[in-house]
Ligand binder design. Structure first.
Ligand SMILES: [Zn+2]
Length: 132
């Protein structure tokens, strides 16, 4: 059985050699397609998305797929960065207090448990008073 599985794995690796495989654009299309599969009346769109995802994974035109993925990554850079920062803030919210500067909207982080804090914004030097 173990031999059969290792043969299957080696065969699959050989078959996928030279193909694009999974990349962030393909995984995003896959996620949207799976979400669309729950929406009534959007099953055809969902199937089209799944088909495009499989096409991208099995495509041997790796250079073209990488260019498409690079465009996707550059266009979604802002939302990916904001999502990453939001997750970090949620993870650290018990240890740090986050607030925005009233003038320049810079996100400022203070360690909790310091009581009343008087400080300056690191970007615009506007003074703030915060309870931590
Ligand atoms: Zn500021």
């Amino acid at each position: 059985m173990k031999n059969f599985l290792s043969n299957l794995s080696a065969g699959f690796q050989k078959w996928m050699t030279g193909r694009n495989g999974a990349d962030p654009l393909g995984l995003c299309v896959l996620a949207v397609s799976l979400l669309l599969s729950f929406v009534p009346g959007a099953s055809l769109l969902s199937l089209a998305g799944l088909g495009y995802c499989v096409f991208r994974m099995l495509s041997r035109n790796v250079e073209r797929r990488q260019q498409e993925n690079a465009v996707f990554m550059s266009r979604t850079e802002g939302i990916r960065k904001k999502t990453r920062q939001f997750i970090i803030r949620q993870k650290n919210r018990k240890e740090y207090k986050y607030f925005r500067c009233a003038q320049c909207k810079t996100l400022i982080r203070l360690r909790r448990g310091q009581g009343h804090v008087h400080g300056k914004c690191p970007r615009c030097a506007r003074e703030y008073d915060q309870n931590t």
